[in-house]
Design a protein around this ligand. Structure first.
Ligand code: HEM
Ligand code: HEM
Length: 240
């Protein structure tokens, strides 16, 4: 669905729900690739399979760089501005009085958890790049920083960072399961198909602007991802 569908959604402003593209294809591919890679990173990190740990680490680096750019130029509901809420909106959501427009994409609480997940993963990748297990595995950027930074980063990566990533990912999956099984919100299917069923009359503006998700926006995502993969490849090539 493209922006041009907005008009038809407005026209259909009634209580009957309409299907709207919320998660564009690049965001969905990003999500499932990130999930698989992070699960692989935890497994290979704990299991000491370091060659694969590094490969998956560079993939997550490329994915996070892409998500950073997509947060500014991606589909409407994938942009950071669409889920960067004020403390007042977060409080209103917690009290069950959320603005109707705030429960279409990431909710105020969901938005917070997305920023937290992305930040914790970014720090884990950053510390991994300068980590050194002093046996056989050293990140590609260790030789550019002091030994003090290497030991601090390695310590964080292998203890607090590891624990935080595992805790936040577990919390994320448990929260999704809670909303799906207890609150009966359909969350997972939209992360697969991209579409949500929205009641336009419920939204304040009576207009549900969908995310752009056409050939041009997908092409742009591909170009941006290629650039991010190139940067990650270059960083990987600095390993001696
Ligand atoms: C290591 C595993 C995972 C990581 C790191 C992860 C990370 C993320 C991130 C970063 C987002 C925000 C998407 C964006 O706007 O870019 C997100 C959203 C989401 N994830 Fe995951 N995820 C993981 C596993 C899963 C699994 C297993 C499920 C399904 C059970 C799931 C279901 C969802 C759903 C439904 C959303 C959208 C939530 C909403 O509607 O606000 N995730 N996840
Ligand atoms: C989200 C991304 C990442 C996650 C979740 C992750 C997770 C882990 C885990 C669980 C360990 C094992 C710690 C232990 O119990 O000993 C580990 C170790 C390690 N990781 Fe990562 N990692 C990530 C990214 C990276 C990256 C990008 C690199 C480098 C390119 C890297 C390099 C290392 C190194 C060198 C160790 C060994 C540290 C030591 O044992 O002293 N990691 N990582």
């Amino acid at each position: 669905m493209t922006d041009s569908s907005v008009a038809s959604l407005t026209a259909a402003a009634s209580d009957s729900p309409v299907r709207a593209r919320i998660w564009d294809l690049p965001t969905r591919v990003f999500h499932w690739a990130l999930s698989a890679a992070v699960i692989g990173l935890i497994a290979t990190g704990l299991g000491g399979v370091m060659e694969w740990h590094f490969r998956l680490g560079y993939s997550v680096l490329a994915l996070l760089l892409f998500r950073l750019l997509w947060g500014f130029v991606g589909g409407r509901w994938s942009r950071f501005a669409s889920f960067f809420y004020s403390p007042g909106s977060i409080l209103a959501y917690l009290r069950g009085r959320a603005h109707p427009d705030h429960v279409i994409g990431h909710t105020p609480l969901g938005g917070l958890s997305v920023f937290a997940l992305l930040a914790v993963l970014a720090v884990q990748v950053g510390t991994g790049l300068v980590a050194d297990d002093e046996v056989s595995a050293a990140g590609p950027l260790t030789r550019f920083v002091s030994s003090q930074v290497v030991s601090l980063a390695t310590g964080w990566h292998a203890s607090q960072g590891k624990t935080l990533v595992i805790a936040l990912v577990s919390l994320h999956v448990l929260a999704v399961l809670f909303y799906v099984l207890v609150k009966r919100h359909r969350l997972v299917r939209p992360m697969v198909s991209g579409d949500k069923l929205i009641t336009p009359a419920g939204a304040s503006s009576r207009v549900v602007a969908p995310s752009r998700d056409d050939a041009a926006s997908r092409g742009l995502a591909l170009v941006l991802f290629a650039v991010c993969a190139g940067v990650a490849y270059w960083i990987a090539s600095l390993r001696v």
